[in-house]
Design a binder for this molecule. Structure first.
Ligand SMILES: [Zn+2]
Length: 255
């Protein structure tokens, strides 16, 4: 399995990076795209990848920096690089209505046009799992939004048993630790240096929790300006060697 970091920034595109999103692919699985924020289509093409290649779009939660690129993705498949095969979307509860509302706000009646591809949206509650693009996708509860929103931490397991966990956006919570438990790689958010940072993880917290995370490697992403500017110092501070890295746009990581 290999992961391409398409975007690695927080909601504010700090230091010019794209909103956090990733491509996961391997022998007999993928490509699956995790999240698709407002800047994702631009970042995907910068990585020289096309939306038509992607088998499944998997969403951690319904915030604009994680799903705001969907109107552009949907119309790209209608009018630009025309998509004919099914688009499989997996997301948290509320994904169907949220994607429809976004498309209506962005392009009005285009939402009712006949599409050349089938759009198949599957909603997952925490604790549920499904199959998408050859991966087993397991959903865990994230702590980032209030009900009825049910944001997710995710774990994708490939046919060879290799697994990648994604924090999505969350505070430190049990769902995050469960998703990471035994994973070959955890891609986790580290939005700020210290609280308050909204309902997000901070470096101060990771500094304490990293030794307790049971993933083989950790890639910190969704980086705010303060964190990214200190990356060399933070790596030095943790002394975890290749077990810890920070994400940057365009990285390709074998798992
Ligand atoms: Zn969020």
């Amino acid at each position: 399995v290999r992961v391409t970091v398409v975007g690695s920034a927080d909601a504010f595109n700090s230091l010019g990076r794209a909103h956090s999103c990733y491509l996961v692919e391997g022998e007999g699985c993928g490509p699956a795209m995790i999240d698709f924020g407002a800047t994702a289509l631009s970042a995907l093409r910068r990585a020289r990848r096309e939306p038509t290649e992607i088998e499944a779009f998997i969403i951690t939660h319904l915030h604009g920096d994680h799903i705001g690129g969907f109107p552009f993705l949907l119309i790209d498949g209608m009018f630009n690089e025309v998509r004919t095969r099914r688009m499989h979307v997996v997301g948290p509860l509320g994904t169907k209505s949220q994607l429809d509302a976004q498309l209506r706000v962005a392009y009005g009646v285009v939402a009712d046009f006949r599409r050349p591809y089938e759009l198949d949206i599957e909603e997952l509650a925490p604790g549920e799992s499904t199959n998408a693009a050859g991966f087993e996708v397991r959903a865990f509860a994230a702590a980032h939004m209030d009900p009825p929103d049910a944001p997710l931490c995710l774990r994708l397991v490939g046919p060879d048993g290799r697994s990648v966990a994604f924090s999505g956006d969350t505070e430190m919570c049990e769902g995050l630790f469960s998703a990471a438990d035994g994973a070959d790689l955890l891609i986790a958010e580290c939005t700020g240096m210290r609280p308050p940072a909204g309902r997000h993880c901070t470096w101060d917290q990771w500094h304490e929790q990293l030794p307790r995370i049971r993933a083989k490697r950790v890639l910190l992403s969704h980086l705010g300006k303060d964190v990214r500017e200190r990356v060399p110092v933070l790596l030095e501070e943790m002394r975890m060697g290749p077990r810890l890295a920070f994400a940057d746009d365009g990285q390709i990581i074998p798992v």
